[in-house]
Design a protein around this ligand. Structure first.
Ligand SMILES: Cc1ncc(COP(=O)(O)O)c(C=O)c1O
Length: 405
């Protein structure tokens, strides 16, 4: 039998529709070529060739489907998009060059001059910077609300509001927003709800199933999981995603095929990594809460977290990121961080290696002092993205920090 035999080709493909999330993470979006490769192939090509001038013209005119140029589509990027759509339960996904490119593209593709955005005041620092410094240049205005107060969402909506934006749990304080309740408000006013699902990943939370219209990821975090590549993805309905695709295709904030391939590999182990992150983070949060030098721990898995009940209802587990305030302000927080030896001092999170950062002067450093106060980001706050090292080794490192404050 030739390797190009048609029946053999059929056996090379498997459609995991109806399978569980772990199976989808491994097999959705896989399109084997006739070479029969087991792992997903990378297509590092900037453009694609045609069999004739007629075919090229038909593809460019959109009359026939086909790859034209990797700013528009690329097979490896498409495999990643298909896998993410399957895992989040969306009709379509579009990849972007970074999480911020995914957020910007979603906003510019789905809003225009004169429109209004309502955003949770507890979102990633660069999201705030973009909404404060760049979106208004396009004539889109932004109002921030307390994400835990449903009436504040309702009150902020005007006839011009086109989008509600939130992150749950939020970075860095792990504040939760009730997705289903905010989705109900969005539906009532016929506006879009966009959820940044970076902290949970589809393993712990699928916002589309709870009524959100669009899900955004910084793939840089848990989807990669090993701190190798920057990337992002937007997931939602065909109608909205066609607009986002159009913007990215034209604006050029596209994902590289190499990064898409790394994310495909990352997704294969996402479920087992998330389980390990959650287990270690829960143990660390419980332990930190008992330490004398720690003022307060922010982790949705703790019964002391004000939204612990919502976390149990909305998420499958509590995630791998926690924050804590140490006694003694910013000086003590910096001394704590400097005294650790193993955890990496870096702004990234969602890595299998534990990472530590001081949000007020790093990831959220470009926010104004007023915005910090409003969001509750103090000088004594430390964010720990708990990795999958042996828990006793992470505790040992935290003890070095505690001894220094
Ligand atoms: C919650 C959240 N959203 C979005 C982003 C932006 O992602 P990227 O760095 O991939 O642009 C980050 C980055 O830290 C983040 O933590």
């Amino acid at each position: 039998m030739s390797i190009f035999d048609y029946e053999r080709e059929e056996r090379l493909q498997f459609n995991p529709e109806g399978c569980g999330l772990s199976t989808k993470a491994l097999r959705a979006g896989q399109h084997r070529s006739l070479e029969g490769e087991h792992s997903d192939p990378i297509y590092p090509t900037s453009s694609f060739v045609f069999s004739s001038a007629r075919e090229a013209a038909a593809c460019f005119a959109g009359e026939e489907e086909g790859n034209i140029y990797s700013r528009f589509t690329n097979p490896t990027v498409r495999f990643f998009e298909e896998r993410m759509a399957a895992m989040e339960g969306g009709e379509r996904a579009v990849a972007a060059a970074s999480g911020m490119a995914a957020i910007l593209s979603t906003c510019l593709a789905l809003m225009q001059n004169g429109d209004h955005l309502v955003c949770s005041r507890s979102v990633f620092g660069s999201t705030v910077s973009m909404f404060d410094n760049y979106l208004p240049r396009t004539g889109i205005s932004v109002t921030y609300v307390n994400p835990t107060d449903l009436s504040s969402w309702e009150r902020a909506i005007t006839p011009e509001t086109k989008m509600l934006f939130l992150e749950t749990p939020s970075n860095p304080l792990s504040e939760l927003t009730d997705i289903a309740a905010v989705a109900k408000i969005a539906r009532k006013h016929d506006i879009l709800l966009v959820v940044d699902n970076c902290f949970c990943t589809p393993v712990l939370q699928q916002p589309l199933k709870q009524g959100a219209d669009i899900v955004i990821h910084s793939a840089t975090k848990y989807l990669d999981g090993q701190g190798r590549c920057v990337g992002g993805v937007v997931v939602g309905s065909e109608k909205e995603l066609e607009e986002v695709f159009g913007f990215i295709r034209t604006g050029g904030a596209c994902l590289s095929p190499f990064n898409a391939w790394v994310f495909l590999k990352g997704l294969e182990t996402l479920k087992i990594r998330m389980d390990a992150h959650c287990k270690n983070a829960m143990a660390m949060a419980t332990w930190l809460e008992q330490q004398a030098g720690v003022e307060r721990v922010y982790y949705p898995g703790l019964s002391s977290h004000p939204q612990h009940e919502l976390a149990k209802k909305q998420q499958k587990d509590f995630g791998g990121v926690l924050s804590f305030e140490v006694k003694g302000g910013q000086d003590a927080a910096w001394r704590f961080i400097d005294a650790t030896k193993m955890v990496s001092i870096t702004g990234n999170l969602g890595d299998v290696k534990s990472t530590i950062t001081h949000p007020a002067t790093t990831t959220h450093g470009r926010m104004t002092p007023e915005a910090h106060a409003e969001a509750g980001i103090t000088g004594s706050l430390i964010r720990l993205s708990v990795g999958i090292e042996d828990i006793d080794d992470i505790k040992q490192d935290m003890l070095l920090g505690l001894a220094a404050i």
